[in-house]
Design a protein around this ligand. Sequence first.
Ligand code: LMR
Length: 397
Amino acid sequence: MFESVALAPPDPILGITEAFNRDQRTTKINLSVGVYKDASGQTPVLPSVKEAEQRLLAAEKTKGYKPIDGDPVYGRAVRELLFGKDSPLVAAGGRAATCHTPGGTGGLRLAADFLATKAGARRIWMSDPTWENHHAIFRAAGFEVEKYGYYSAASHGLDFPALKQSLDQVNAGDVVLLHACCHNPTGVDPTPAQWREIADLLSAKRALPLVDFAYQGFGVGLEEDAESVRILEQNFEELLVCSSFSKNFGLYNERTGALTIKATTPEACAASLSQLKICARVNYSNPPAHGGAIVSAILTDPALRKQWESEVQDMRARIQSMRDAFVSGLAEAGTQQDFSFISRQKGMFSFSGLSKEQVERLKTEFGVYIVGSGRLNVAGMTESNMAALCKAVVSVL
Ligand code: LMR
């Protein structure tokens, strides 16, 4: 049977790290996958996470299964991060419910399966461009994928007229995937006023928003970055939000995420949760415990939470300083082009505008690995790799 199986291409993001690992050059630089590195080039375990782990290890009494939808305390903490501590959606048993999922990707796939098999959704709209895996996840669940205008290569900003023009084609019952903040791959986000216009447009169309929230705290701040979600929530009776704690808790390999659903009534919410549990059960059965326990421990302990908030702030500030250093480094390396837009982009990524050929030359000639779309992981830049990186980029321009 397996002789007829065709060889698949490498993953457009994780496959680059596989190629990077095979590269023997000691000067190589990996700016492909979105992983935060500190000034020494390490992906650290946050001190708040280490402290929480120590407490959990000391208190742990069992490795018994978690509920299919995860611990209620985790769900509540997730909803509080999303909607704010005073929101009526935080309490259990109301119009919102949360499933603890294996990473944000697990949350997206759970949403896709639920929407396609239990809620009759057929079509999803995604920004052009979007995270490569969005297409693959929703196609795998049977969705037809449409694109909406998003990025202007000329202004390196949001093409809001194109976005509105494409979302005007959306039909009732279509799902629209939105990035809450730190748009992946462009780093370009709508303003709060533009979010209000998007909410008005989509609610007039009776579309269903599905928000991917993977970078809370990496844009402007933990609360500020949730503003888009809160604007949408105020304008829609129903919506879904996928959270990832890979980046803001540094829990990449613990696969810690969530899917939160808001329904029109507590009864509709309970019914939807019951179906989400069926979808989870036939896929991964129930969530991995460790990452969720860390997130719950930190978010429910005021001192640990404060510490974590300041660690998120430090990561955000370091990324911004790398953005600024990259812009000035490119100028010092001799480019005539204006790259100041990189300082204005938000989150981990910079959408450089480099072509496929330039990306290929960066890899083969300089051992600099970035994603084929020209996306660079700014969070992987350090003071020590900056000069070599800027020299390489200017050489291929
Ligand atoms: C990325 O876009 O690099 C991250 O979200 C990691 C991933 O899984 O692709």
